[in-house]
Design a protein around this ligand. Structure first.
Ligand code: SF4
Length: 255
């Protein structure tokens, strides 16, 4: 299986070439109720090498030759990309191959680790997941590995945000489960001070029903009243690109 896929259309990132550092089967520290990759069978916090750095180098060089126009390279795929302990090496390899900007979609569970913080500082755009405002809701929405607490996650996120000079976004997925917490989530977002917040709802096939346009609009307004620059999935303009195969569709991360 190729470790690079796309380019895929992203309502936030443009034409994005995806780098899947997990590849093969899903490995994640969360088991989110809306995950389009299905249930997490291997819920893990053990960092390691899932795809060899040389394979990324070869696959990326091959795809860049044929992919046409690409706006950005995004770490995403079959699980949490910061589980890959060779992320730093991969960034260095990609920087030698292309000048394209780099982004990562992370579930934020390892932002408290100094090693992960310093690696992500080498990425132009960090999109960090936050779907809750308190421990109990976090457990219900994201069903994290037993070692991950909401308090630790928020502490790590705030610490990372303070030192990070790139473009930092919060990605917040809303469903029936957490829509009643939008006010508290907006207050927490205001404390974290992201560049912007993406208010999202699961529009791709998954076990959970998305919220409607009106509900998302109301949630967006709650964030805007706190002075937060906010974008929502329903307002985005869809970007047309070549159709991709089914496997590539799956590897696009939710949101
Ligand atoms: S949505 Fe992302 S963080 Fe959540 S289980 Fe799926 S891959 Fe992991």
């Amino acid at each position: 299986m190729r470790a690079i896929y796309g380019p895929v259309p992203s309502w936030r990132l443009g034409r994005s070439l995806g780098v899947d550092l997990i590849s093969g089967k899903k490995v994640c520290s969360f088991d989110c109720i809306y995950c389009q990759l299905g249930k997490t069978r291997e819920k893990s916090v053990k960092r390691g090498v899932f795809v060899q750095t040389d394979k990324i180098r070869t696959d990326l060089s091959d795809l860049l030759d044929t992919a046409g126009s690409v706006d950005i390279i995004t770490f995403s795929g079959m699980g949490e990309p910061t589980l890959a302990s060779n992320l730093q090496d991969v960034i260095e390899v990609i920087r030698k191959i292309t000048d394209l900007p780099l982004a990562i979609l992370t579930n934020s569970s390892f932002l408290h680790l100094k090693e992960v913080q310093s690696t992500l500082e080498g990425i132009d755009k960090v999109v960090a997941k936050l779907d809750a405002s308190e421990e109990e809701l976090f457990q219900r929405m994201n069903r994290p590995h037993a070692s991950i607490s909401f308090e630790k996650l928020i502490k790590g996120m705030k610490e990372f945000r303070r030192g990070y000079e790139g473009d930092f976004e919060l990605q917040m997925m809303f469903t029936d489960e957490n829509r009643g917490y939008a006010e508290a989530m907006a207050s927490l977002a205001a404390e974290i001070k992201p560049e912007r917040v993406e208010v999202n709802t699961p529009l791709r096939p998954c076990p959970v029903k998305p919220l409607g346009r009106e509900e998302i609009k109301e949630i967006k307004e709650i964030f805007e009243r706190k002075g937060i620059d906010t974008i929502s999935v329903y307002e985005s303009e869809k970007i047309e690109v070549e159709p991709v195969n089914h496997e590539e569709m799956r590897r696009r991360r939710p949101g």
